[in-house]
Design a protein around this ligand. Structure first.
Ligand code: PHE
Length: 350
């Protein structure tokens, strides 16, 4: 900057400040950012004025410095005031935020998000069971040993606990654990009311597992429970066949394969015929021709006893659906980790 008469320079600063303040008042937030750089940026006018300070003698420098500080304060105040005003505009009248460009942001087609596939599956499953007369209830994720194991006929020394290792914590001196399945939801509801009960319990469950293509330490299940006086395995079968056909939107071949759960007797797992090889055996179904969809069975009398139900009078069935698993079967997804990575290329397909 050329050395100029100090009074002329001070006059220039005043002129500059007045001009910029007028602009600041009228600017939008984007323009404000540009004006701020114009004043205080690396090559901004105020910055350059300051840089030229050493060229003047002591008394001029003093005058100039004072004027410069005054200018800085006026400009900073004007900028702060403008920002405050834009915030209140945003608060008071929602859609008028200055960042929105009406021509660009409100034009068709609207960019639309979609529900995560897991949420979609949970909603679909809930809709199907609601139409079959089931109520939807919630259960805690942090459980005591009683609800997660003992009341479900899994005593402390039972080997079946090994396959459901979980995370233990201490809440106010009480030993708690992250539930390994939604089955404790059965106990909570039975403790609260007498039959008839017809519920599903959707929720997140936890296991101490190393994650790989088919395992995750956090996943979702939907528990089902019906208790009444004259329930048979046929009722369970009818409900599950109806559910599977509606969920997969086609009449699939299924089979009930005998299985084992501590809290049901007899127990079964339901398999659907592999949709890819039509039962011949392929890589996806590990050459079995069938793929496991869910676990189920008739509620064990010991479970009814643990909630003080008359096990001579009441009988029921329960089932547990793995949400990720059934979604993977429906959409031919081969790695459970895809659900949690939030890769838009994956999510946009649903
Ligand atoms: N809780 C079982 C599991 O997590 C599933 C199940 C629920 C089986 C209800 C039978 C009845 O593997």
């Amino acid at each position: 900057m050329d050395i100029v008469n100090i009074n002329e320079l001070i006059g220039n600063i005043e002129l500059f400040v007045n001009k910029i303040c007028g602009k600041i008042k009228k600017s939008d937030i984007k323009e404000l950012r540009i004006l701020k750089t114009k004043c205080f940026g690396k090559n901004g006018i105020i910055t350059n004025f300051s840089k030229s300070l050493p060229q003047y003698n002591v008394s001029d420098r003093k005058k100039f410095g004072l004027q410069l500080n005054k200018a800085k304060k006026i400009l900073e105040d004007a900028i702060v005031k403008r920002i405050e005003k834009s915030k209140s505009v945003y608060r008071d009248s929602e859609p008028h935020h200055e960042k929105l460009s009406y021509s660009k942001d409100f034009c068709f087609p609207f960019p639309k998000g979609s529900l995560h596939p897991i949420i979609q599956t949970i909603q679909d499953i809930i809709a199907i069971f609601k139409s079959l007369g089931f109520a939807v209830v919630d259960g805690p994720e942090l459980e005591t040993d009683w609800y997660n194991f003992e009341a479900l006929n899994i005593p402390e020394d039972h080997p079946s606990r090994d396959v459901q290792d979980t995370f233990y914590l201490n809440e106010n001196g009480i030993k708690k654990l992250l539930r390994t399945h939604t089955s404790p939801g059965q106990i909570h509801i039975m403790e609260k009311q007498l039959p008839p009960i017809k519920i599903i319990v959707p929720g997140r469950v936890y296991r101490n597992e190393t994650s790989d293509a088919s395992h995750s330490s956090i996943f979702y299940q939907i528990e089902g429970l019906e208790i009444s006086e004259n329930i048979t395995f046929m009722d369970l079968k009818a409900v599950l066949v109806e559910f599977i056909n509606r969920f997969f939107m086609s009449e699939l071949n299924l089979r009930f394969r005998p299985s084992y759960f501590q809290f049901t007797e007899p127990s079964a797992e339901v398999d659907i015929q592999c949709n890819f090889c039509k039962g011949k055996g392929c890589k996806i179904c590990k050459n079995l021709g069938w793929m496991e969809v869910l676990g189920c069975g008739m509620v064990h009398p010991n479970v009814l006893k643990s909630v003080n139900y008359d096990f001579q009078k009441y009988i029921g069935y329960a089932f547990g659906i793995g949400v990720e698993r059934i979604t993977m079967l429906k959409h031919n997804i081969n790695d459970i980790r895809l659900f949690y990575e939030n890769d838009l290329r994956f999510l946009k397909q649903f």
